[in-house]
Write a protein that binds this ligand. Structure first.
Ligand code: ATP
Length: 192
């Protein structure tokens, strides 16, 4: 069976937690293909990504050079919904099985996503426990497996906060992201 692992997120910026969970999921699931799908700039009005998509895509490529970045959501105008992305992928690859990688916070909030039941018919979820959280099941039944790993308790929010601070605090973000990503952030003066 051909399985495609999908890892969607705002990746604003990608960090060591994302990298660790993706590697663990690839080791456990052994997908034939993996796609990183960054959300577009017109994501949810309540919470737009801070860095433009071209920078978020560039940082993904630096952090995970051997993984394909699929830019369909960043190229799509208007709101981006995972269910629409999955419909497209199913149409493009009808024989493929899809596994959607996410953190326990995102999994337990699945009922708030667009058309969760339809999404659940198209994918199996691979869930990673976020540090300090337990895995709460959403109300809509979901096929899922737990990825056995313990990624660092990092969030992009925490990184952006450090990057907004004074020089020493900005520098301290270095330990939370891959080295090439930190250099890219500094070079382009992102998240100031
Ligand atoms: P923000 O702080 O901006 O909300 P984030 O760190 O949660 O961002 P996203 O790009 O929104 O990062 O996350 C993409 C996916 O990765 C989500 O499913 C999220 O739950 C998961 N994830 C992010 N960081 C971790 C982590 N440290 N451990 C486990 N899962 C994580």
């Amino acid at each position: 069976m051909n399985e495609t692992l999908i890892f969607g997120g705002s990746f604003d910026p990608i960090h060591n937690g994302h990298v660790a969970m993706l590697h663990a999921a690839i080791d456990q699931i052994k997908p034939s293909r993996t796609l990183l799908i960054p959300v577009g700039n017109a994501w949810q009005k309540s919470r737009m990504p801070f860095a433009p998509s071209r920078h978020r895509v560039a940082m993904l490529k630096l952090a995970l050079p051997n993984v394909t970045v699929d830019d369909r959501e960043v190229s799509r105008g208007g709101a981006t919904y995972s269910v629409d992305t999955m419909r497209e992928l199913k149409r493009d690859f009808p024989k493929e099985q899809f596994v959607w990688l996410l953190g326990s916070d995102a999994f337990s909030a699945l009922d708030t996503w667009e058309e969760p039941a339809q999404l659940a018919q198209m994918v199996k979820f691979a869930v990673v426990r976020r540090a300090g959280e337990s895995i709460a099941l959403p109300i809509t039944p979901q096929q899922h497996e737990i990825v056995d790993c313990d990624p660092p308790g990092v969030s992009s929010t925490q990184i952006r906060l450090r990057l907004k601070g004074a020089a020493a605090e900005r520098e301290s973000a270095k330990e939370l992201v891959p080295a090439a990503v930190y250099e890219y952030i500094q070079h382009h003066q992102l998240y100031l």
